[in-house]
Design a protein around this ligand. Structure first.
Ligand SMILES: [Zn+2]
Ligand SMILES: [Zn+2]
Length: 214
């Protein structure tokens, strides 16, 4: 038990806690299920044997932290992460009810959303062109990178990150999502923008590409 990562619950500021409660954790490596008191914070996921004990295990929510699947009927969520020994770990988490599974699922998905790239970045990640009035900047919800309108696509939600609504993602991520569902459901924002541009010629009203989404 590393002292540096072991913290009492009181040290965990309440407002930073996203979710907490007893969860049964099944580790594939150990082949056993154990009930633990879990606390999800903005960047960490930790647990202890009971509510009143210091956290014995805290893992970082980084790029290696993934939600592999969820089964609401079985009250189960599968995650992949890097454990405190720096090893890849696969856990099955079992919750007390469907409602609790949904709550944890929503919070975990939000916690794994990428950190957005600095909006002061002046070039599109895909084409490296400068942003300007007619080449607006967008943020990809999947990878967090800044992109121009030509490389921004709108898709019908990203369930793995808890987005049910239409979201903007970059063309790189569309390619990465690939044939699963991304390309079929992707709609080109640039097409819509050229449509807006042709409207702009006839009307003297400027419609920002942003307004089509928000
Ligand atoms: Zn671009
Ligand atoms: Zn992306």
């Amino acid at each position: 038990m590393g002292k540096s990562i072991s913290k009492h619950h009181e040290e965990y500021k309440r407002d930073k806690i996203k979710c907490r409660g007893m969860v049964e954790k099944y580790s594939f490596k150990q082949g056993v299920g154990k009930k633990r008191y879990f606390i999800l914070k903005e960047n960490t996921f930790g647990y202890s044997k009971s509510k009143d004990m210091p956290l014995s295990h805290v893992i970082q929510i980084d790029q290696t932290f993934k939600i592999l699947y969820e089964n609401l009927e079985k009250c189960e969520i599968g995650i992949e992460c890097t454990n405190k020994r720096g090893e890849n770990a696969l856990w099955k988490l079992f919750f007390s009810s469907q409602k609790s599974t949904e709550k944890w699922s929503e919070k975990l998905k939000k916690a794994v959303r990428p950190v957005w790239q600095d909006p002061n970045s002046d070039r599109c990640t895909v084409c490296d062109k400068n942003f300007q009035v007619f080449r607006r900047q967008h943020h990809c919800r999947k990878c967090g990178k800044v992109i121009c309108s030509a490389h921004c696509r709108v898709i019908e939600g990203l369930p793995e990150l808890g987005y049910k609504e239409k979201v903007k993602i970059c063309s790189n991520c569309v390619n990465r999502i690939g044939n699963i569902n991304g390309v079929e459901r992707a709609k080109s924002l640039s097409e819509r923008e050229s449509l807006r541009a042709s409207m702009f010629k006839h009307n003297s009203v400027f419609l920002s590409p942003q307004s089509m989404l928000e």
